[in-house]
Design a protein around this ligand. Structure first.
Ligand SMILES: C[S@@+](CC[C@H](N)C(=O)[O-])C[C@H]1O[C@@H](n2cnc3c(N)ncnc32)[C@H](O)[C@@H]1O
Length: 225
């Protein structure tokens, strides 16, 4: 844990965030760790946060990204979406219970994603630590769906974090789910580059998100060419 605490101390995030956040999250073992990573992530993409920002948090967990956005913006719309399965439902329920804020909305990918991107000008679709646990073929499938955002706003961004070229097993952070997603597989930078080039997309590497013990957890942005 020491390393994470040091990272937290070192990040500029604390100095930037002057507003109180909309809620103090907690409850799962995963979240204290996620909160530190989340502060680093939001710091890395802070140039995207403009008043009026509309974001889909795709694979949102319990929605803690909304907390970090609320520390930076007064006027934003957040849509936190999860797959319509048992785990996703439990996350959405937790998100709904902990947030009581008109700017923060929750739903399911299968039911709500297409309506949200159609009916709102979404600036960014963000996937934090979703691809970290997917094999590359599933990453492609998710990207195909997420990319529909460009149909309605060609200037939107898809921002995601993932492990790139790790040589270690990706750990199961959520020990209470038995998921096939956690595997020895890792994403190769070249896979993302080829996918983007084949699909007329531009891939940009933001910065290292967290580099720790052999893991390189990085942030990428995809835009429409
Ligand atoms: C490690 S959690 C990250 C949650 C949140 N983004 C965060 O950083 O706190 C990964 C999330 O991805 C979701 N997920 C798994 N497969 C997915 C898929 N195919 N599409 C979207 N989300 C998925 C899981 O339900 C889980 O809540």
């Amino acid at each position: 844990m020491k390393h994470w605490e040091e990272y937290w101390v070192n990040t500029k995030n604390k100095a930037i965030c002057e507003k109180p956040s909309v809620h103090i999250y907690g409850g799962t073992n995963y979240e204290p760790l996620a909160s530190i990573g989340m502060s680093c992530f939001t710091d890395a993409i802070k140039d995207k946060f403009k008043e009026g920002f509309a974001v889909v948090d795709f694979g949102c967990g319990s929605g803690i990204l909304a907390n970090f956005i609320s520390e930076r913006l007064d006027n934003f719309t957040y849509y936190g979406l999860e797959p319509a399965n048992e785990w996703g439902s439990s996350r959405i329920e937790l998100g709904k219970q902990t947030f009581n804020d008109a700017r923060v909305n929750f739903g399911f990918i299968e039911n709500d994603y297409e309506n949200i991107i159609k009916n709102n000008k979404i600036d960014a679709v963000i996937l934090i630590s979703v691809f970290t646990h997917l094999i590359i073929d599933d990453v492609y499938k998710v990207l195909k769906n997420v990319e529909k955002v460009f149909t309605y706003n060609k200037n939107a961004s898809i921002v995601f974090s993932c492990f790139i070229q790790n040589n270690r097993k990706v750990g199961n952070l959520q020990t209470n789910i038995n998921s096939n997603y956690y595997s020895d597989s890792y994403i190769k930078l070249q896979d993302l580059e080829v996918y983007c080039s084949d699909n007329n997309l531009k891939l940009r590497k933001h910065m290292d998100f967290i580099a720790m013990g052999g893991f390189k957890h990085e942030i990428f942005e995809i835009t429409k060419l």
